[in-house]
Design a protein around this ligand. Structure first.
Ligand code: MSP
Length: 526
């Protein structure tokens, strides 16, 4: 059976333009998908929008639009952005899609039939932006524990999902699946804050606004967004719909990628909903951290928001993707600064990778009339050492990617680039080229061969993160994109005889003027 990999992003609230934080989530998920695909998995990637709820209704009203008009516009602009960013999702779900609404009603009816839902009165502290109630003890300094904003005391008739019933089950589940949430610190948090103090039942409906899916038994009430939102991961595949072929093929999800502030919903309520439906649970949830700015969170009122289009238009898509993926550490918030962006561009991309390619292409042209030597008759210690490092580093890249440490994977990958640059300095091909000794010419061939093979490997290794530049490297080496196959990453002798590299390649990344570009990025923060 073919190996499958079903990966999801959160579905975003279409309340405003997406900034680099949202874009990061999408790029991260897409990079993991591309990696899995390269490794031979049949991948399926889901993304979309979470379109219901009071907040969206309010935003639409402010714009003088109906909620539907507003979300239609937002869905178009989200799809446009993901196209610009070359995100290879397989499905874009909108929670206002009819099939989703119907499926959610069937799911809720099932919960009602199971006796999981009851009607009660909800009183609590409500955070409007998060659309979420909190108990007194959950508040932090009297404010929302998730976003730190003001909360209001509210009371309303509402339906509840009986979470308490499943409290022991969820504890047992985690005891058996300690790695269900990564990083571990996120799991510890939800245990400490929500599971250990005793699970509260979850309010799942509202009757104070109407932009939502009506409760099947009581249309005066609309569903509270989280039940509607979480179930997207199964309704998108046709669960409780007309055709469940995809569901049978891809469920359970292999990885839900989510931001750290929504781990509670994915780590407690989602498993419980699935268990109550008698469905398998996802294999793992990765809760990533946040991109923050010098002055804290990105916020329009502070004027420190960076939109992905600004970076892509000026520095290219792959440089933007590289930066976001390299920036974010596995478990901690990471700070975006224009200085860091420009420095990484210049050092990692223009100097390290770009120069390795351009000097290799230049030397093959100069010393071998553009033809990559493939008949190698000598071996030096430098060759052995280069090959050894490459082999070790590839294994590390794989290990990082298999555990979703994407930034670390890039660090390990760049060690190959640094090693190859060092190999040029060690072997001094310019000296070998001047020698009359037969052996030196043989050595020179070996150096060019190794550099070309290393770049071929690098083209495969960078493909999940920088697909365009991966193609560009292969193009400059005059190798087919059929080389983008992970099975070819360890092997040598993959370059056909008489392969003639490009005569003069464009630089992969043109070096930036540091001061000018820092200024440019700063002036484009909104
Ligand atoms: N609609 C819910 C998710 C429902 S999933 C069933 C939601 N939407 S959101 O638009 O508010 O946030 C979507 C995602 O964007 C979250 O995972 C969040 O962590 C991520 N990010 C928002 N700002 C971010 C940063 N500054 N940095 C990284 N990710 C950030 O929550």
């Amino acid at each position: 059976m073919e190996k499958k990999f079903y990966i999801t992003t959160p579905i975003y609230y279409p309340s405003g333009k997406f900034h680099i934080g949202t874009a990061y989530c999408e790029v991260l998920t897409d990079a993991i998908r591309r990696y899995k695909q390269l490794r031979g998995y049949d991948t399926y990637m889901l993304t979309g929008l979470d379109e219901h709820g009071q907040k969206i209704q309010t935003v639409a009203e402010k714009r003088g639009l109906t909620p539907k008009q507003h979300v239609d516009e937002m869905a178009d602009s989200a799809k446009k952005l993901w196209k610009l960013m070359d995100i290879g999702y397989d499905k874009f779900i909108r929670t206002t899609d009819e099939y989703h609404c119907n499926a959610v009603q069937k799911i809720v009816q099932k919960f009602i039939d199971n006796g999981d839902i009851y009607k009660g009165k909800y009183e609590g502290w409500y955070c409007m932006p998060c659309e979420n109630y909190f108990t007194e003890s959950q508040l932090v300094d009297g404010k929302c524990p998730d976003c730190g904003r003001e909360v209001v005391k509210m009371s309303e008739d509402a339906y509840f999902f009986n979470m308490k019933k499943y409290e022991q089950w969820i504890k047992d589940f985690y005891a058996e699946h300690p790695d269900f949430i990564v990083p571990e610190s996120r799991k510890t948090e939800i245990f400490k804050n929500f599971i250990e103090p005793g699970l509260e039942d979850l309010c799942i409906s509202r009757n104070t606004f109407d932009w939502g899916i009506p409760m099947p038994n009581d249309p005066e009430h609309v569903l509270y967004v989280w039940l509607d939102a979480l179930t997207n991961y199964i309704t998108a595949l046709g669960y409780a719909g007309d055709d469940d072929t995809l569901f049978n093929k891809y469920w359970p999800a292999d990885l839900h990628v989510v931001g750290k502030e929504i781990i509670r919903f994915h780590g407690i309520y989602w498993p419980i909903f699935l268990h109550a439906l008698g469905l398998e649970l996802p294999k793992q949830i990765y809760a990533h951290s946040w991109i923050v700015m010098k002055d804290g969170k990105m916020s329009k009122s502070v004027g420190n928001v960076i939109y992905p289009e600004v970076l892509i238009d000026r520095y290219g898509l792959d440089a933007t993707k590289y930066y976001l993926l390299r920036l974010m550490s596995f478990a901690q918030d990471s700070m975006f600064t224009p200085e860091d962006f420009v420095d990484r561009f210049n050092y990692d991309l223009a100097n390290d990778l770009g120069n390795l390619l351009s000097r290799t292409i230049g030397m093959i042209n100069k010393y071998f009339d553009g033809v990559i030597p493939t008949e190698i008759n000598v071996r030096t210690d430098f060759d052995d050492s280069l090959e050894k490092t490459i082999k070790e580093q590839i294994a590390k890249v794989e290990q990082c990617m298999d555990t979703y440490h994407v930034s670390n994977a890039l660090v390990e990958l760049w060690a190959i680039i640094a090693r190859a640059n060092k190999y040029v300095d060690e072997t001094e091909p310019w000296k070998l080229a001047k020698s009359d000794e037969e052996e030196d010419i043989e050595k020179l061939k070996s150096v060019m061969y190794h550099l070309a093979e290393t770049l071929r490997k690098i083209a495969i290794l960078v493909a999940p993160f920088m697909p365009e530049k991966s193609d560009e490297i292969l193009k400059q080496l005059n190798l087919s994109t059929a080389n983008k196959n992970w099975n070819l990453v360890y092997s040598y002798n993959e370059i056909p005889e008489n392969t003639r590299v490009i005569e003069k390649g464009e630089p992969l990344f043109a070096r930036l003027d540091r001061d000018e570009e820092i200024e440019y990025i700063k002036s484009n923060m909104k």
